[in-house]
Design a protein around this ligand. Structure first.
Ligand code: ADP
Ligand code: NA
Length: 333
């Protein structure tokens, strides 16, 4: 269908890692930059969300700029996408309130992040309880007539997208059943990269401290790659590439020929995990070499990056104001 609207947020709550890159950022950039798709993309840095856990204004500002630098260095063309900071679109908070008034509390209490926190015996704040509805606002705010809303998501985000779909339905049923205003947002999931393992083999996540940063390089990068957990199969024995954490990363950075060759070497024996890690290191350096240079250049001119974010925010506010005006009218404001 014509002109999908691509919507995706990323948290500014720490250094972005290869899981974020392979599971989200790379596809977002490819989708946004794709001229033939003629899509419209809203890519944003979700500082409202980060505030559910972060209590450090300087860190939040730094992480926010870092995500923008990462996106641009990794090749996002700002003329093909609106890249902006979530809190520059205050209409989102009004939409969130309206949606919250339609949301049964039981649904919020079933939220994964909220349930996890409570299960760990921690106190959850109201932001954490209600953030799936802010996320619904994040998506539905960029509704445009006759277009699909497409949300590229990791497999772990399916529940939240369901909540966004339900929120759209609830609004339509309550206020415009005969002429539904909101489309049901569609997930865009790449199965192949659904879960990238971290250094310890669990899902790569900043919560587990098992990450490789997208812009790690030199000694730091080497130390991390060499610490990827492998089993104790002796060097000379055959190994199963599909059961190894290093190969799980090699898979995404190798050319087809390299991937086949290395898999064959694993199976043949005489190829150690140390060899595989060296190969991975070279591939990561190759893959991110140019992006590292671009990031250094961009970091030296943060005002240009802020200009890009401002332009993105203007486009996002224009759409979100339109949508909010119609929503206000529908509910009787
Ligand atoms: P983290 O788990 O480090 O906090 P986030 O939850 O902020 O990462 O994830 C941001 C995006 O990156 C999401 O779309 C998520 O699905 C994707 N993502 C994060 N970790 C991975 C991973 N290990 N494998 C694949 N995708 C991931
Ligand atoms: Na997460």
């Amino acid at each position: 269908s014509p002109l999908p609207v691509i919507v995706s947020g990323i948290q500014p709550s720490g250094t972005l890692h290869l899981g974020n890159y392979l599971g989200a950022i790379r596809q977002n950039i490819a989708l946004a930059n794709d001229e033939t798709a003629r899509s419209e993309a809203f890519l944003f840095i979700v500082d409202y969300h980060a505030l559910t856990t972060l209590r450090d204004a300087d860190a939040l500002r730094r992480y926010t700029l870092d995500v923008a630098l990462d996106y641009l260095a990794l090749g996002l063309d700002p003329s093909r996408a609106s890249l902006f900071v979530q809190s520059d679109v205050p209409q989102l908070t009004e939409l969130t309130w309206i949606f919250l008034c339609l949301t049964p509390t039981a649904i919020l209490e079933k939220g994964v992040s909220y349930k996890d926190k409570v299960a760990q015996g921690l106190t959850a704040n109201g932001g954490l309880l209600t953030y799936p509805i802010l996320q619904a606002a994040d998506i539905l705010a960029y509704t445009a007539p006759g277009r699909d809303l497409v949300v590229p998501v990791g497999a772990d985000q399916k529940q939240n997208l369901e909540i966004s779909r339900d929120t759209a339905s609830r609004f339509n049923e309550a206020f415009c059943p005969d002429d539904p205003f909101f489309p049901l947002p569609e997930p865009y999931i790449l199965d192949e990269v659904s879960v990238i393992p971290g250094l310890d083999g669990r899902k790569m996540s900043k919560s587990y401290g098992n990450t490789i940063g997208i812009f790690d390089e030199g000694k730091d990068l080497k130390k991390k790659v060499m610490s990827i957990v492998s089993d104790s199969t002796p060097l000379e024995d055959p190994k199963d590439p599909d059961a190894d954490n290093t190969f799980a990363l090699i898979r995404h950075f190798a050319t087809d020929d390299e991937r086949a060759e290395i898999a064959e070497a694993y199976r043949a024996g005489g190829y150690g995990y140390g060899h595989a890690k060296k190969a991975l290191l070279g591939m990561i350096d190759r893959h991110f070499g140019e992006a590292r240079e671009r990031r250094r250049e961009l970091a030296a001119r943060p005002d240009d990056v802020r200009d890009i974010l401002q332009a993105g925010a203007e486009a996002a506010r224009a759409r979100a104001s339109d949508v909010t005006a119609q929503v206000r009218d529908a509910v009787g404001f």
